[in-house]
Design a binder for this molecule. Structure first.
Ligand code: SAH
Length: 238
């Protein structure tokens, strides 16, 4: 008998996020950076894919920070993650805030097998650098989106500057994130993400950097600087 293929998940990674689950919606917690970048990425996604009336899937949704925001823009949103406690927090928060986002504990690969091509928009933010096989996640997202639909990723570039800013700066000096949140080896260069997307059949639409100014403590999108954090938009050919 052949064993089932190992799931594309690292339990230690899930546990890192689960341990903090009660704080997903505390804007001063470890999740502060996600709250601060949320309006930027939401506007960017909305500009490209125009969310109102669209079916949107948020892969690795955590506590639902982006999922809820997309629902508030008029999308019909489902968030998926493998961390049960985070999903419970997301569900409770949706009830409290009166948003219609729904949540499910399922792997992207499994949902792609069950509901292929079911989504107009698939987002997968700050998750690829936490999975054992990001190429598999990219393929799953491609299979989840309908022909003509959009797929959005965000992750962290891999180079000495990204190591200095994202890990040394973010985790050790500014202490914006708990130590050990990120592993340098799992960072992904934009060229690697683009290659994985191309192999799975996606067309590149746009790549944009996200920079942080430690003096003003503000993030902004910057098309000329993808050295550290960046977002990438793709489209499945119609
Ligand atoms: N996308 C959210 C949360 C990012 S934190 C946002 O940007 O606001 C990373 C998330 O990925 C966590 O919620 C974690 O539970 C989830 N995650 C990690 N590995 C996963 C996997 N294999 N499948 C699904 N979710 C995963």
């Amino acid at each position: 008998m052949t064993a089932a293929p190992a799931a594309n998940v690292d339990p230690a990674e899930l546990e890192k996020f689960q341990a903090l689950a009660s704080r997903w919606w505390d804007p001063h917690s470890e999740f502060r950076p996600l709250h601060e970048i949320n309006p930027l990425r939401l506007d960017w996604i909305d500009r490209i894919a125009s969310l109102s009336g669209k079916r949107a899937l948020d892969v690795g949704c955590g506590g639902g920070i982006l999922a809820e925001a997309m629902a508030q823009r008029g999308a019909q949103v489902r968030g998926i993650d493998l961390a049960e406690r985070s999903l419970q927090v997301a569900e409770l928060h949706a009830l409290e805030s009166g948003t219609t986002a729904e949540y499910e504990r399922i792997a992207a690969e499994d949902l792609a097998a069950r509901e292929p091509g079911a989504w107009d928009v698939v987002t997968c933010m700050e998750m690829l650098e936490h999975v054992p096989d990001p190429g598999s996640t990219v393929r799953a997202c491609t299979n989840l989106v309908r022909p003509g639909g959009w797929v959005f990723f965000s992750t962290i570039n891999r180079n000495p500057k990204a190591f200095m800013l994202a890990i040394v700066g973010g985790e050790y000096l500014l202490r914006m994130l708990p130590r050990g949140t990120h592993e340098y080896e799992k960072f992904i260069r934009p060229s690697e993400l683009a290659a994985a997307a191309r192999r799975s059949g996606l067309e590149a639409v746009e790549v944009i950097g996200m920079t942080y100014n430690p003096i003003t403590r503000r993030y902004r999108l910057d098309a000329r600087d993808v050295d550290v954090n960046y977002l990438a938009a793709f489209r499945r050919p119609a």
